[in-house]
Design a protein around this ligand. Sequence first.
Ligand SMILES: [Zn+2]
Length: 385
Amino acid sequence: MFRTIKLKLPYDPSILETGRQFREACQMVLDYGFSAHTFNKNKLNRATYEDVRRRISTLSSALVQTARDTASDALKQTKLRKEIRRKSLTIRYDRRTFKFYPDSHTISLTTVHGRLVFPIANSPLMEKYSGEYTNAQVSIDVKQRRMFVMVQVEVDKGVENKAETRDVKVVGIDRGIKNIAVLSNNKFFNSAHLKDVKGRYRYNRKKLQHAGTKSAHRKLKELGGRERRFVLDTNHVISKQIVNLPFNLFALEDLESAGMRTKRNGRRFNHKLGSWSPYQLEQFIKYKAEDMGKAVVCVNPKYTSQKCYRCGFIDRNNRNGSIFHCKNCGFELHADLNASRNIGVLGKSGYFRLLSTSQSLRSDESMPTGMREDSSKPTPLGVGS
Ligand SMILES: [Zn+2]
């Protein structure tokens, strides 16, 4: 699938002159094609190439060829019914004549002064679409003194599904003890039922341990298996409900990165909820989400519970038990809900960072702004205006 990224270029005399020569080359082919009544590229090439090269010697051979293609397309479009006078200074580029470096925000273009590198303005689309950049078009507006480059991207399908900003619907998930999971869309999964059942098991276990008979021992073993299956089942049910929600990106705290997977925390969870573990839930969410083509990201949980979702103010005292009350802006919310919303925001940006890293791995080397790619010709830098 193809996508186009429109980027602003500096208004540059080398590009302007290239546009003029490109138009002239185009016009020569248009005139021939109309008089010979053909838009066949091979015929046009055979008849005009040498002529164009001789008359416009500073236009590179590759640009002469794209000018011929441009002319051929125009002739085809008008079905050779009328003569065409080309006014547009638009230049067509292909993989021989341009290279796009999204990481360094530069693009190198073949011009009448050789290959030059130009800085380009930032665009959110550069992060959004990664893939192969095979075609480009430079448009020149002389009146407004503006130049743009439209870079065509062949978007990798897998990446695009996940990469479209507007299509990413994130939900943040905060895991805890009182609430197994609190979602940023106001959904709470509390642990009351889990605790109830766990309590019953504990009570029965104690009774059986007390009896101490052989049959009690056997029953105790059975009970252990049933309890494990119950926990497993609970995590299956919750994770299934979560991944079935209309979101395609699930953000969780990376418990390990914050050192939360310590013995102390393990005990904290264990004491309250028996063998229930937030890690099992995480694993289930991960594999169920992936099965559905949805994504899961883990974020650094530092400050997620202290930071105000509304104003970003971070303070330990913002949180008081289950209430979050911002000392800066007065924002008040359930503390787990505030955390889950912070997790959601972090998850979304973390996800796009991941995507752009995989993009930078794909494009070869990056080049610093203002450097020339080809130093064989003594020409000015491609930074104009
Ligand atoms: Zn605040």
